[in-house]
Structures are given as structure tokens and as C-alpha cells.
Write a protein that binds this ligand. Structure first.
Ligand SMILES: N[C@@H](CCC(=O)N[C@@H](CS)C(=O)NCC(=O)O)C(=O)O
Length: 215
């Protein structure tokens, strides 16, 4: 058995943060597929009692520990590996600031937006989609500005803040109906920089369940 197991599925940008980090640090890990769309296992009482009371993926299993919330998982993995680690209290707080902004305002809106456009039945209400798109544009612009004069969110080195921010940003433009890299060029350049890191993989190549119906 691998050292780490990760409950995840290919369409989840939230899980991608953890899967990408595991790959980037060269961890010995294996995915455990969460049948999110069909069986909706994350909503079952068994999942909530045995895996994650919050009913969410990702969940990282390490020894007897089960960790949830991608920000917590990233913090755990950077502490253990020493890789992508913010240095000192100032950087640690700065990384946390961007991880929270990402979780709530960037990928926190992109995830539901993409879900409503591609997977929800019936598809999302246009007014809701328009609201989310407005917030997404504004928040991506904030990230774009941040990346205009530095290669990574905290400066010259990639940290867990960058890994977190990648969440939904590599999924195909047609799943969003707009091209993030083109609309926000500094994000586009940064995505290429992240892509060049050893161990980088696209979410559809890193986690099981793509295309839908395939484990
Ligand atoms: N803030 C959490 C978000 C996790 C999350 O929302 N995961 C989604 C999958 S992408 C989920 O499991 N949702 C449960 C559901 O919709 O039933 C994290 O970063 O880990």
C-alpha cells in the first residue's frame, strides 16, 4: 500500500490541489476514487461517519490520520516534506491569506460556476451564473495583478499558496465558456510556470474518473 491515499475524483479542483502537491513533492501516493456524481458517496452517512464528517473530497489518509480541507492538507504536506514551504511567520501568514482568498473567492466561485454549467441537472440559472461570473472576473483580476510583477504569489519561489490557487485553473476553457489565461495574461504565464515544475500533471491525468463514468 502507498504511504498516502487521497480520496479524490478527476473533476474536483479542490482535490486537485492535494493531488498536485503529492505529485510535486514526489510522494508515494494512490487515489481512492470518490463517485461524486453517480453514487454521490460523499453524501452517504457511511462516508460522513468513516471518512469525512464534512461530506467533502479531498481527504488525505496518512497512517491512522485522515485530513480534510485542501489548505490543511497542503500545510501538512509542506511541513512534512519541507517543499513549497513558506519561510518564517511573515510568509506563513501571507500564504494562508492567499489560500483563504483562493478557497473562498477564486476557486470557491469557479468550482460551483463550472459545476452549474457542465454537470448540474437542470443546468444553472443564468442569473446565478452571471452573478458568479462577475465575482470570478473581479477576483481573477486581483490574482492577475498580484502576479504581474512577481513570478509566484509570494515572490520568487512557488509555495503552497500557488499550489492551492491552481485548483480549477487548468480545466479546459470550454468548461467555463471563457479562457482564463487569455483574459488574465499574468495568470496565463504563471500557469505555464507551474506546469514546468517536475511532477506537474493535468487534473484529468492525475485523478481517476475522467471521462465521467470511467474510474
Ligand atoms: N474548502 C474545501 C472544499 C471541498 C469541496 O467543496 N469539495 C467538493 C468536491 S469539489 C465536495 O466534496 N462537495 C460535496 C458535495 O457537493 O456533496 C477544500 O478546499 O477542501
Amino acid at each position: 500500500m502507498s504511504e498516502y491515499q487521497l480520496y479524490c475524483f478527476a473533476q474536483s479542483g479542490n482535490a486537485y490541489r492535494a493531488a498536485l502537491m503529492l505529485n510535486l513533492i514526489g510522494a508515494d501516493w494512490e487515489p481512492i476514487w470518490v463517485d461524486f456524481f453517480s453514487a454521490m458517496v460523499q453524501r452517504t452517512p457511511q462516508f460522513r461517519s468513516d471518512v469525512n464528517e464534512m461530506g467533502e473530497a479531498p481527504v488525505l489518509v496518512h497512517d491512522k490520520r485522515k485530513l480534510t480541507q485542501s489548505g490543511v492538507i497542503l500545510t501538512y504536506l509542506t511541513t512534512r516534506s519541507g517543499k513549497f514551504k513558506p519561510q518564517g511567520e511573515g510568509e506563513e501568514l501571507e500564504a494562508l491569506r492567499w489560500i483563504i482568498f483562493d478557497n473562498q473567492k477564486v476557486n470557491g466561485f469557479l468550482g460551483p460556476f463550472r459545476f452549474l454549467k457542465n454537470f448540474a441537472k437542470p443546468a444553472g440559472d443564468p442569473a446565478v451564473l452571471a452573478f458568479l461570473k462577475g465575482r470570478i472576473d473581479g477576483n481573477l483580476a486581483i490574482v492577475n495583478k498580484r502576479l504581474t510583477d512577481r513570478p509566484f504569489l509570494l515572490g520568487n519561489r512557488p509555495t503552497i499558496a500557488d499550489v492551492s490557487m491552481t485548483g480549477y485553473l487548468y480545466y479546459p476553457a470550454d468548461e467555463f465558456g471563457f479562457d482564463m489565461a487569455k483574459d488574465h495574461p499574468a495568470i496565463g504565464v504563471w500557469l505555464e510556470r507551474m506546469k514546468a515544475l517536475p511532477g506537474w500533471k493535468h487534473p484529468y491525468d492525475l485523478m481517476p474518473g475522467y471521462p465521467l463514468g470511467k474510474k
